[in-house]
Write a protein that binds this ligand. Structure first.
Ligand code: EPZ
Length: 425
C-alpha cells in the first residue's frame, strides 16, 4: 500500500486548482442511467471512487468513455440499454454512493436489486429513508440476503415525502426516482447541499421538471423521458475547505482557484473567527495567515449551510495547535472521531465526551507514523503532518485517493515537503 511522507514546518504559498466535487460527480454519473441518450460530464475529478462507480455502471449497461484534460476529465456515459438491474455487493460495499443507482433504476426499469451499501466507516448509516420514500411512491421493497429488492411494475407514482431527518443520499435517490414518475412528487425537508443543486440542474438540462432547487422543498413533475445533456461538475467545496485549513495551519498564503466561497461559507467564517484572513472573489478564494497563532473556536457540524461534517476532522487538526480550547460537536455521524487517536500520536491533547471532542491547543505537534481510518480523517493527518516537527508517514492512503486528486502534487506545488512512496509490488 502507498504511503505519504511529509517533512513539516513549511509555509504554503501559491495557487491550488480545486477539482470537480466528488459528491456531485458520483450522483451525476448515476443520473446518466435515467436516459438512453449520452450524458457528458465535464470537470470530472480523477478519483478511485469515480473508477469504482464506473465499474458498476458498466455492469448495469452504461458505455463510458473518458477524455483526459490537463486538470480534469470529460466523461461521457451512454446507458442505451440497461443490461442488468442488479448492483452487486462486491462493488456497492466499496462505495456508498453506488447504492444510489436504486433511484434511476426504479425510475427507468421499474425494478432494482441493490446490495446494502458500505463506504467510510463513520457510523451505522442506515437506508430506511430511501426505502420509505420509494414505498410512498408505490414501490414494493423486500430485504433479502443483504440486498434491497425493489419493484413497481406499474411505474412509480408521485407522492409527498417528508423526511424526518435531512439525508443527502436519500434526496439524490428520490429526486432521480421522481423525474420519471407519474405526477408530482414533493420532497420536504430535502437536503440542500450544493451537490444536490448541481445534480438537479443537470436533471433539468436532461428535461426534468424541478422547482425549488437550492431550498428544502423540491417539487418534481414527472416526465415521460429524459434526454442527452452536457454538464459541468461544480468545484469541490470539501477539497477547497481542506486546503483552506491547510493554509491556515501552516501560515502563508494560498489561492484556491475555481473555489466557490458560498458553498463553504460556514467553514470560511470559522477560519476567520480563528484569525485567518479570507478573501473571496468570483471563482477564487484566498486564505492567508501571517505568523500569529490561531485562536480556538467551537464548531458544531450541521447540514448545509452549516459547518460540514466532511471538514470536521481537518478542522480538529487545525485546532490542535490553536490558543485555548475548542469544543467540536459532531451531529451528523455518530462514529466520526476515529482521527482523534491518530492526532494524539502527534502530541495533540484531545478528550472525547460522547458527540463532543475537547481540543486543548498545544504549542507544537511532533511528527509520527499514523494510519488513515477514512477519507476525511486522512486529510486531517496530512494537515497535522504539514505543521508537525520532523517526518510524518501516513499509511493506508487508499482512503485519501478515494476523494482527493493528486493531494501531494497540489501541496508540493505550494512549497510543502510531501511525497508519496509507492507500495512495493
Ligand atoms: C453524503 O453521505 C456524503 N456522501 C458524505 O460524504 C457526507 O458526509 C454526508 O452526505 C453528510 O453531508 C456522498 O455524497 C457520496 P446522509 P450520505 O444520508 O448521503 C442518517 C465524504 O467524506 N440516515 O446525509 O450517506 C445517516 O446515518 C462523505 O465524502 C438515516 O438515518 O449521508 C446520517 O446520520 C462520507 N437513514 C445522516 O442521516 C437513511 O436512510 C446523514 O446522512 C439515510 C441517512
Amino acid at each position: 500500500m502507498d504511503s505519504i511522507h511529509i517533512r513539516g514546518g513549511r509555509r504554503l504559498k501559491g495557487s491550488i486548482p480545486v477539482s470537480g466535487a466528488k459528491n456531485a460527480a458520483l450522483p451525476l454519473m448515476t443520473a446518466a442511467l435515467l436516459t438512453d441518450e449520452p450524458v457528458k460530464l465535464t470537470n470530472m475529478p480523477r478519483l478511485a471512487d469515480v473508477r469504482t462507480l464506473s465499474k458498476l455502471l458498466g455492469v448495469i449497461g452504461a458505455d463510458i468513455s473518458v477524455e483526459s484534460g490537463t486538470d480534469s476529465d470529460v466523461m461521457t456515459l451512454h446507458a442505451k440499454d440497461i443490461k442488468s438491474t442488479t448492483a452487486p455487493y462486491e462493488i456497492v460495499s466499496q462505495i456508498r454512493a453506488s447504492f444510489w443507482v436504486l433511484g434511476p433504476l426504479m425510475a427507468r426499469c421499474r425494478e432494482a436489486k441493490v446490495s446494502l451499501p458500505g463506504g467510510c466507516a463513520i457510523g451505522a448509516r442506515p437506508v430506511d429513508l430511501y426505502i420509505k420514500g420509494l414505498q410512498k411512491m408505490g414501490a414494493e421493497i423486500d430485504l433479502v440476503e443483504g440486498y434491497v429488492h425493489a419493484s413497481a411494475p406499474k411505474g412509480l407514482k408521485g407522492a409527498v415525502i417528508r423526511s424526518p431527518i435531512v439525508s443527502v443520499g436519500a434526496t439524490h435517490t428520490l429526486l432521480m426516482a421522481a423525474t420519471l414518475a407519474e405526477g408530482e412528487t414533493v420532497l420536504e425537508n430535502a437536503a440542500r447541499e450544493p451537490e444536490i443543486g448541481d445534480v438537479a440542474r443537470c436533471l433539468v438540462s436532461m428535461g426534468a421538471k424541478i422547482e425549488g432547487i437550492g431550498t428544502s422543498t423540491l417539487r418534481i413533475e414527472g416526465v415521460e423521458k429524459l434526454h442527452s445533456a452536457t454538464h459541468r461538475v461544480i468545484a469541490d467545496r470539501i477539497e477547497a475547505g481542506t486546503y483552506a485549513i491547510a493554509a491556515a495551519m501552516t501560515g502563508g498564503e494560498v489561492t484556491l482557484e475555481g473555489a466557490n466561497a458560498e458553498d463553504f461559507e460556514a467553514a470560511l467564517s470559522v477560519l476567520r473567527a480563528a484569525g485567518a484572513e479570507v478573501e473571496s472573489e468570483q471563482g477564487a478564494v484566498r486564505i492567508a495567515r501571517n505568523g500569529e497563532r490561531l485562536q480556538a473556536v467551537d464548531v458544531v457540524t450541521q447540514v448545509f449551510p452549516g459547518f460540514p461534517t466532511d471538514l470536521q476532522a481537518q478542522f480538529m487538526a487545525l485546532m490542535t495547535v490553536a490558543e485555548g480550547e475548542s469544543e467540536i460537536t459532531e451531529t451528523i455521524f455518530e462514529n466520526r472521531f476515529m482521527h482523534v487517536q491518530e492526532l494524539a500520536r502527534f502530541g495533540a491533547n484531545i478528550s472525547l465526551h460522547g458527540d463532543k471532542a475537547l481540543v486543548h491547543g498545544v504549542d507544537k505537534l511532533k511528527a509520527a507514523p499514523v494510519m488513515a481510518s477514512d477519507l476525511r480523517a486522512s486529510a486531517a493527518l496530512i494537515i497535522a503532518g504539514l505543521a508537525a516537527e520532523g517526518e510524518t508517514t501516513v499509511n493506508r492512503v487508499y482512503h485519501l485517493d478515494r476523494g482527493f486528486e493528486r493531494i501531494e502534487a497540489k501541496l508540493s506545488a505550494c512549497g510543502a515537503d510531501i511525497w508519496r512512496e509507492k507500495a512495493k509490488q
